[in-house]
Design a protein around this ligand. Structure first.
Ligand code: PGA
Length: 247
């Protein structure tokens, strides 16, 4: 049973998600977390940064793992997801550099790199908190709809819908990478707590699909969240607008 919370608007969604991070950090200062990238989490990351600067939260003992990264973008590339987290969060918070993890998408052997990244998460005791966005096709991280899924960190071919959706962050559509390294659903589901955020009318259809789904469907990856006992979905009124019982 997925637990939905509807907020009045994007700012309220962002503030509530940031508050959930703060609460988790209060419970465990050595929090091991994975954070989303994309348009949705910008407000949340800014709020987390504000709280860190005002010393309302302390990330000095926390660990952060990128949920995914484009192949083959360098960390310094403004289109990389490491750069994104650095720009919106790390630069403004006191999370130590050595506690920020991202798959090395330039490694000679990417399969070995996937295994190394997975092991690093296991070595840190798995995630206490996972914060997710959601794609229009129901992807989580970059776990695209497929008949089969790798449960652990793996290389994924991005589908056309995702490339199209992410093209807005690039000057030309052709610049959008075709592959990424992503955490697998098994690793995400091992997280003690999961928060998923969504906003805007463009997410209304996928939110309705998630609300209505009753069983796991690999062609709708977000449905794997049904297997987890502690998932909170925080969405704004626009994203909830096709779910009559939440309006
Ligand atoms: P978005 O991406 O926040 O840019 O909509 C979400 C996702 O693809 O997970």
């Amino acid at each position: 049973m997925l637990n939905f919370t509807v907020t009045e608007n994007y700012d309220a969604m962002s503030a509530l998600a940031a508050w959930r991070v703060a609460k988790a950090l209060e419970r465990k200062p050595e929090l091991v977390m994975t954070l989303p990238t994309g348009g949705t989490p910008i407000g949340m990351l800014q709020e987390m940064s504000r709280m860190a600067q005002q010393k309302k939260v302390d990330f000095s003992q926390a660990y952060s793992f990128n949920i995914d990264e484009y192949i083959p973008l360098k960390k310094e590339d403004p289109q990389s997801y490491y750069w994104f987290l650095d720009h919106y969060f790390y630069q403004h918070a006191n999370l130590p550099v050595e506690n920020r993890f991202v798959p090395d998408v330039l490694a000679d052997d990417l399969l070995t790199e996937c295994a190394r990244y997975e092991q690093a998460i296991v070595d840190h005791g798995d995630f206490d908190l996972t914060v997710l966005g959601i794609g229009h096709d129901g992807h989580i991280g970059f776990n695209e709809p497929h008949a089969t899924h790798s449960p652990v960190c793996h290389i994924i071919d991005l589908n056309e819908e995702t490339i199209e959706a992410n093209a807005r962050f690039f000057t030309h559509r052709e610049e959008v990478p075709r592959q990424a390294i992503t955490l697998g659903m098994g690793t995400i589901l091992k997280s003690k707590e999961i928060v998923l955020i969504a906003n805007g009318l463009s997410k209304a259809q996928v939110m309705k699909q998630l609300f209505d789904c009753k069983r796991v469907d690999p062609l709708f990856p977000a449905s794997f969240l049904l297997l987890h006992p502690d998932v909170t979905i925080i969405c704004d009124q626009e994203a909830a607008s096709l779910i009559p019982s939440l309006r």
